[in-house]
Design a protein around this ligand. Structure first.
Ligand SMILES: [Zn+2]
Length: 348
């Protein structure tokens, strides 16, 4: 399994003491990656991609030129805030540009078959960043910029699977009317940022290509498994994306201090395998949130093992229970199947 890895110590230069979006998160993810590599042995052939800075034109495929220009000028010196939650420090500019470029390069490597899978351990995260606004710890929308990049490089269709506990508002807004990008988000509801209601299903030509699965606090393995079995995998398979880019927040883990979901590392592995089946292996995992360090480490390790190991192979733990979802999740899935069936015959 050839893996394109994105990691660089310059991501550690984005820092504000005491802030939950800290360099320690990336250290935890690195430990998880190395845990997985030692389990996988020869099965895992990682190659770290050369670090580079994303060009303003690449960012402008998602963000407005004014936003890119203004933000780069603002963060070029010193430290401060772009919104109430989103800080910048002396190292932020280089980190943010390398993060966006890294996810782009991992995704194009996988598209072109230079790598089988991609793992991008990047900071700052991206999925809240809007077309013209920094938001929720995010400056540039790494995953959205990468999706545009692979479309420009010849992909016909891309799926963005956002399993971060928060809704990926920026990503949704970037592709709302673009049928080439299937955006599927599973997120705690209600929770910051408040977008991602069930009724948001895309606009114009993109109708049906935005799917929001709203998970009540406490939702766990059986609920996520049902969502994948009933909607995510059938629709994803039908969409037949050339690549799946995962906005991989590990803040849906039961230990996360900022959220109230109840996932475990085994469920992250199980969801990864589903993404793999959808994309016939071509999956790029890009780090978003996740604020419990041990949860990040374990979940990233499980995710990476699931990318590389054949179905059913030990040493991954048991898949999540096939128990029924909660009543609330069962009803939400029924409503979404009905709402989306006109666009996806597989749901009828
Ligand atoms: Zn999050």
């Amino acid at each position: 399994m050839k893996a394109a890895i994105v990691d660089d110590e310059l991501f550690d230069g984005h820092v504000k003491p005491g802030h939950p979006e800290s360099p320690a998160r990336l250290l935890a993810a690195r430990r998880g990656l190395s845990d997985a590599a030692s389990v996988l042995g020869d099965l895992w052939e990682p190659r770290t991609l050369a670090q580079r800075e994303c060009a303003p034109e690449e960012l402008a495929a998602v963000h407005s030129e004014q936003y890119v220009e203004r933000t780069l000028a603002r963060i070029a010196h010193g430290e401060g805030h772009l919104d109430a939650d989103t800080y910048f420090s002396a190292g932020t500019g280089r980190a943010a540009l390398a993060a966006a470029a890294g996810v782009c390069d991992a995704a194009t490597s996988v598209l072109h078959g230079e790598a089988d899978v991609g793992v991008a351990l990047v900071r700052p995260p991206g999925h809240h960043a809007e077309i013209d606004r920094a938001m929720g710890f995010c400056l540039f929308n790494n995953v959205a910029v990468a999706a545009r990049k692979v479309l420009a490089a010849g992909a016909r269709r891309v799926m963005i699977l956002d399993w971060d506990a928060h809704h990926g508002n920026g990503t949704q807004h970037a592709f709302e009317s673009d049928p080439r990008v299937l955006f599927v988000s599973l997120h705690q509801w209600p929770l910051y940022p408040g977008t991602g209601a069930e009724v948001e299903i895309g606009e114009a030509d993109g109708l049906g290509h935005t799917i929001n699965l709203t998970m009540p606090p406490g939702s766990g393995p059986a609920d996520y498994r049902a969502a994948f079995e009933q909607i995510v995998e059938p629709v994803g398979t039908d969409a037949a994306p050339d690549v799946v880019i995962v906005s991989s927040g590990f803040d849906a883990h039961r230990w996360d201090p900022l959220t109230d979901l109840a996932l475990d590392p085994e469920t992250y592995a199980w969801m990864t395998r589903s993404a793999s089946r959808i994309a016939r292996g071509r999956v790029v995992v890009a780090l978003e949130g996740g604020y419990d360090l041990e949860a990040v480490r374990e979940s990233l390790a499980s995710t990476v093992q699931a990318l590389a190991l054949p179905e059913g192979d030990a040493p991954l733990a048991q898949p999540p229970s096939a128990a029924s979802p909660s009543t609330a999740v069962g009803e939400m899935l029924r409503r979404q199947r009905r709402r989306l069936a006109p666009f996806w015959p597989v749901l009828r």
